[in-house]
Design a protein around this ligand. Structure first.
Ligand code: HEM
Length: 352
């Protein structure tokens, strides 16, 4: 068994695109149309915005519970590079191994069911045969026996799955972030947060605590049932299509915020959307949190006129505390000026 990436006969993926150095990442026109634009109105404020994570319309990012898109292989290569540079981006405390197996089962079953041309899972009792064709993996192992995998179950499966993941243990009336695979995060650190509880890791977020958002969100999550996952959106802004905006690498990417000009802004400035989904796991009773990151440049966004109008209004009117926390207060005036040219002032419909 090898985890080396073997180019196969799959043309569905942009294998060679990069999320670093020369930044060749782009969305195809089809992928722009399925971009999960996160705003359902012309303004934005934090809320407990959770809904059932049920399969959605064909051709959207919600068609399946785990979305595999054209960036799959390139994202997995980027993750492997981040982990080679900094192994602490994946951590699992000893009591989370069972939750790792739960997650492995969830992901393998979902991918084999929803993408049978790319993935297959065959079970003979506890002997499982997993095939991941895009990454060239063909592996037989024993479920719940770690010695039959090259990594722990959590690291093994999240090295093959787009999106960051954390696993939360439930105890003492709260959730504890006791495992994570975090290589495409919006400026937060797994190594700092691991072992913290729900209110502790959310401490830096402005305005939401006093609005009771986190008290209500935690109450909601404690009632999460196995088989009824939920989802929500989060979003921020990133200069360049950089997946790994970690505090650990801030000296590399932080200064790039000063490189925007009116000429390059449409290409360099990216809206970063997180489609977050939450699952109660069956054996461990842990909660898995999947943070799937989608990047689209402003040039890509404004190919959809109603998105262009709305993004302009949201960025323009966002409370200062949120623009500061999300790290784009410095560039907001330039972004608003650029986006204003794509806003004809027409009214928009709430709800889409
Ligand atoms: C931000 C984790 C669930 C709302 C964050 C951050 C982390 C995180 C690590 C970054 C904090 C920082 O700046 O260091 C998680 C995990 C969850 C979870 C592991 C599930 C177990 C939720 C839920 C809500 C929520 C259910 C619903 C209201 C927020 C908000 C922010 C945030 C509003 C600020 C995001 C921004 O403005 O970019 N979360 N979260 N989180 N979280 Fe959560």
């Amino acid at each position: 068994m090898s985890l080396d990436f073997k180019p196969g006969a799959f043309n569905d993926f942009f294998r060679d695109e990069t999320f670093r150095e020369d930044f060749t990442y782009r969305n195809s026109p089809q992928n722009i149309r399925r971009f999960p634009f996160p705003f359902d109105r012309d303004d934005y404020m934090y809320s407990v915005n959770m809904e059932p994570h049920v399969p959605g319309r064909k051709g959207t990012a919600f068609e399946h519970i785990l979305d595999v898109d054209e960036h799959y292989v390139a994202e997995m290569i980027d993750r492997a590079k981040v982990l080679a540079d900094d192994p602490l981006r994946c951590q699992s405390l000893p009591h989370m191994t069972l939750a790792g197996w739960d997650l492995l089962e969830l992901i393998m079953e979902a991918k084999a069911r929803d993408y049978p041309h790319w993935f297959s899972l065959t079970k003979d009792g506890k002997r499982w045969h997993w095939v991941n064709r895009p990454l060239g993996i063909d592996h037989t192992f024993t479920f719940l026996d770690e010695s039959t995998l090259p990594y722990g179950p959590f690291e093994y499966i999240t090295r093959q799955t787009q999106g960051d993941f954390s696993l939360q243990d439930e105890r003492d009336g709260t959730l504890w972030m006791d495992a994570g695979m975090v290589t495409s995060q919006a400026d937060w650190s797994l190594d700092f947060d691991v072992g913290m509880n729900f209110h502790e890791w959310h401490a830096p977020v402005p305005l939401a605590h006093e609005k009771g958002v986190f008290d209500r969100a935690l109450k909601f999550l404690m009632k999460l049932q196995h088989g009824s996952p939920v989802r929500r959106f989060n979003w921020t802004m990133t200069v360049n299509p950089l997946l790994d905006t970690a505090p650990e690498t801030y000296p590399i990417w932080g200064p790039t915020k000063t490189t925007l000009t009116p000429e390059n802004l449409g290409d360099k400035q990216h809206l970063r959307v997180e489609l977050q989904s939450l699952y109660r796991l069956p054996r461990s009773n842990a909660i898995a949190f999947d943070i799937r990151c989608y990047l689209a440049s402003f040039n890509e966004i404004v190919t959809v006129p109603k998105w262009a109008r709305r993004l302009h209004r949201v960025v323009r009117d966002l409370p200062e505390e949120l623009a500061t926390y999300k790290g784009f207060i410095r560039n907001r005036p330039a972004m608003v000026e650029w986006l204003a040219k794509h806003d004809d002032g027409a009214p928009t419909s709430p709800g889409w």
